[in-house]
Design a protein around this ligand. Structure first.
Ligand code: KG4
Ligand code: ZN
Length: 332
C-alpha cells in the first residue's frame, strides 16, 4: 500500500514512495541549486518553470526505482505549504491529477511537518513525545510533539531563520549560494573563538531566536578583514557557525528541561551542519537526553519526508479535499 509524494515548495523538485509504515521505497531529487546560484538566491519564476520540467519524469523514475506501476499506488501526496506559491502549485497539481486519474486519495502535507517527523524515519519510529528543533532556510522552531498532528510551538525566530543567517553571511563574505554548506566546509579549518559574534536571548528562559544581530555584527567587522587570507575566511566562518549552533543547542536543551521531555529531535537543512551535529551529540549525552538526528540526506528538502508525513496521516485515516488550496504561509 505505497504512498507517492511530491515536494516542490522551493527550488528542489522531488518525488518519493514509501509504505504506510514509513519505509522509503524510492526517493529522487532534481536540484536547481546550480541554476539559482547565478542569481545568488532562489528566483521564484525560474523555480516553478523548472519544477514543471522535472516533476513528470521524477514520478516515472521513482515508480521504476520502487518497481511499481502507477495503479499500485494507494494515495498521492504533495507539499501544500509553506513555500513559494508558484512552486507549491506544480507539485500539488500533479499529485491531485494523479489522484483523480487513479481514483485514489490525495493528501496535502505541511512541509514543516515533513521536516519535523523526518528524524523518526529509517526505523526510528514510531513518532512519540519529544521536543523538536527544526532549522531550515525559512524557519527556526522549537516544537513539543505529543503525537502525530499534536504539536505545540514553544519558540521560533523573530527575524532571520538559522539557514537564512548562514546564507546571508556567506553572501556578505563572497561565498556562493547556498551558503550554509560553504560555511560548514570553511569552518572546519577555522578557529571558532577568533571572533566573538553575538548570541541573542541567551540569558533567561526564552525559547525565541534572533539571528539578525549576527548578520549586522559581521557587516561591521567586514572592513577590518582581509578575506583573501584563507585563515581569516576560515576563522570568520568558524566563529559565525559557533555563534549560531551554540544558541540552537542551548535552546534545545532548555526546551527539553522546561517540558520535561527526554527525547529530542533535530531536522531541516541546517541540521546537516557537521559542527551542529557534533555539538548536539556531546551536549545531549551530557544532559542524558536521547537525540534523534535526521539522516543527512533527509535534512535538506526531499520528498521522502513528505511521503513519511503523509503515511503517518494516512494511517490515522486522514486525507485532503481536492479543493484544498496551497498556502505559502501555512502554519504547523
Ligand atoms: O530545509 P532546507 O533544505 O530548505 C528549507 O525548507 O528552507 O534548508 C535549506 C537551508 C539553507 O539555508 C542552507 O544554507 C542550509 O539549510 N544548510 C546548511 C547546511 N546544509 C544546508 N546550513 C549549515 N550547514 C550545512 N551543512
Ligand atoms: Zn525545507
Amino acid at each position: 500500500m505505497p504512498i507517492l509524494a511530491l515536494e516542490s515548495s522551493c527550488d528542489e523538485t522531488a518525488a518519493a514512495i514509501c509504505t504506510p509504515e514509513g519505509t522509503l521505497l524510492a526517493s529522487r531529487i532534481a536540484s536547481q541549486a546550480e541554476i539559482h546560484r547565478r542569481y545568488g538566491g532562489v528566483v521564484p519564476e525560474v523555480a516553478s518553470r523548472n519544477h514543471i520540467l522535472h516533476v513528470r519524469p521524477l514520478v516515472q523514475e521513482v515508480l521504476e526505482e520502487a518497481g511499481l506501476a502507477l495503479g499500485e499506488i494507494t494515495a498521492f501526496a504533495a507539499t501544500s505549504g509553506p513555500g513559494l506559491v508558484s512552486s507549491l502549485l506544480i507539485g500539488t497539481s500533479m499529485a491531485k491529477a494523479l489522484a483523480v486519474a487513479e481514483k485514489k486519495p490525495f493528501l496535502a502535507v505541511n512541509h514543516m511537518e515533513g521536516h519535523l517527523l523526518s528524524p523518526f524515519m529509517g526505523g526510528q519510529g514510531p513518532v512519540r513525545p519529544s521536543v523538536a528543533l527544526i532549522v531550515s532556510g525559512g524557519h527556526t522552531m522549537l516544537v513539543q510533539v505529543k503525537s502525530v498532528g499534536e504539536y505545540i510551538l514553544l519558540g521560533r525566530t523573530r527575524d532571520d531563520a538559522a539557514g537564512e543567517a548562514f546564507d546571508k553571511v556567506a553572501k556578505m563574505i563572497g561565498l556562493p549560494y547556498p551558503g550554509g554548506p560553504e560555511i560548514d566546509k570553511q569552518a572546519r579549518q577555522g578557529n571558532p573563538r577568533a571572533f566573538a559574534f553575538p548570541r541573542s536571548f541567551m540569558d533567561g528562559e526564552s525559547l525565541e531566536f534572533s539571528f539578525s544581530g549576527l548578520k549586522t555584527a559581521v557587516l561591521y567587522e567586514l572592513p577590518k578583514l582581509n578575506l583573501e587570507d584563507p585563515t581569516v575566511l576560515a576563522d570568520v566562518c568558524a566563529s559565525v557557525q559557533e555563534a549560531i549552533i551554540e544558541v540552537l543547542v542551548e535552546k534545545l536543551v532548555l526546551a527539553a528541561r522546561q517540558t520535561g521531555e527526554t527525547l529530542v529531535t533535530v531536522s531541516g537543512g541546517v541540521s546537516c551542519n557537521r559542527g551542529l551535529r557534533e555539538k548536539l551529540m556531546a551536549r545531549c549525552e551530557k544532559e542524558k537526553l536521547t537525540l534523534l538526528l535526521a539522516k543527512p540526506d533527509l535534512c535538506t528538502d526531499n520528498a521522502g519526508m513528505i511521503a513519511y508525513a503523509a503515511s503517518q496521516r494516512f494511517q490515522l485515516g486522514q486525507s485532503s479535499a481536492l479543493e484544498a488550496d496551497v498556502d505559502p504561509n501555512l502554519a504547523l
